[in-house]
Write a protein that binds this ligand. Sequence first.
Ligand code: NAP
Length: 248
Amino acid sequence: MKLLEGKTVIITGASRGIGKGIAEVFADHGANIAFSYNSSVEAANELENELSSRGVKVKGYKSNAADYEQAQSLAEAVVKEFGSIDVLINNAGITKDNLLMRITEEDFDKVIEVNLKSVFNMTKAVQRTMLKQRKGSIINMSSVVGVKGNAGQTNYAASKAGILGFTKSVALELGSRNIRCNAIAPGFIETEMTAKLDDQVVQGWRDAIPLKRGGSPEDVANACLFLASDMSAYVTGQVLNVDGGMLT
Ligand code: NAP
């Protein structure tokens, strides 16, 4: 059964990693996909071609989610091209890890802008369209680090915890209009990036997880699929941990 047949989805930051995994799973479920990226033009073109061959409409947009004006233009362009916006996935994110003692003001601000302000920018940008449709699902990518905190990641943890407060507030504000807003808190997800890390270190992380493995982009994508589809029609304001039991 295809759960997203004919729905238009915006995914920020889908040129690689988790965002790419979401785009692939959503395309298989019949969604038309508008995705953004920051600089990876080649990877974005490849994904556009790969997904278009699966019979859905796909378009990649080079758009900085941290920039308010660019976010508004992206949503406008998507409505023009696709005709609606049914699902928004705020996935774009970065890290600039350092101990509080060493972290610069610039690296604090940058992470807050890309990870948290982007969620505000894009949610504002799709709000009018979803209100008109009297329907919408917004999914924000937080992290276990936003729930629990992590030494060396004050900026990242603050941005991801901020997303949780934003998510719950939007759920309260827009629930009466049938617009749902939920967050996902992934644990350790193995991507191209983690493949470059020392295998012994990574194995140590896997061993500490109750399910004894790192997650895959597809694991996160399947949780997004539930929250994006009508299967979760009565679920809003929630944080879904996709972490192999890490926070249990
Ligand atoms: P990733 O592999 O580094 O990919 C990040 C994506 O975001 C890329 O497509 C990148 O585009 C895009 N991006 C970065 N800055 C952007 C901006 N300003 N505007 C638009 N797009 C931007 O990251 P990931 O591991 O898949 O993580 C995805 C999300 O999940 C993030 O929010 C992250 O915090 C969260 N998360 C990840 C993990 C994990 O273990 N991997 C765990 C918990 C939460 P370019 O390719 O053009 O740079």
